[in-house]
Design a protein around this ligand. Sequence first.
Ligand code: RB5
Length: 143
Amino acid sequence: MRVAVASDHGGYKLKEKVKEYLESRDIDVIDLGTNSEESVDYPEYGRACAKAVAGGEADRGIVCCGTGIGISIAANKVSGIRCGLCTNVEMAKLTRQHNDANMLAMGGRIIDDETALAITEAFIDTEFEGGRHQRRIDKIEEA
Ligand code: RB5
């Protein structure tokens, strides 16, 4: 699996932790920035990561900003992206099982590192359940 990661300044430290965790599992990581805590605009990073996933360069994407909200909104503007904003492991499991989320968003100012890495693990390891959930995803794509 290849995972693209990106963040703004508010999610930078968390993005680095996520990247370290993924690499510890021998998962290929594409890091699309940002590369410091200097202020940047989250839509650019959310869009870049979403385009990497939608274009097939990465299988999944993980984005972080201060809350996870702005960067998830930006990512979800890209066709074919289903980015779930998660604050706990249950949400991460469900966004994979029910929404077949291909991107995860988290807030570096909202959750602690331990929770974020447990969410990341669930996002990577949980399979989509298909069935009735596929019908609903098809309806999202119709919109
Ligand atoms: C940046 O200060 C902050 O607005 C951003 O990281 C994010 O929380 C937006 O949703």
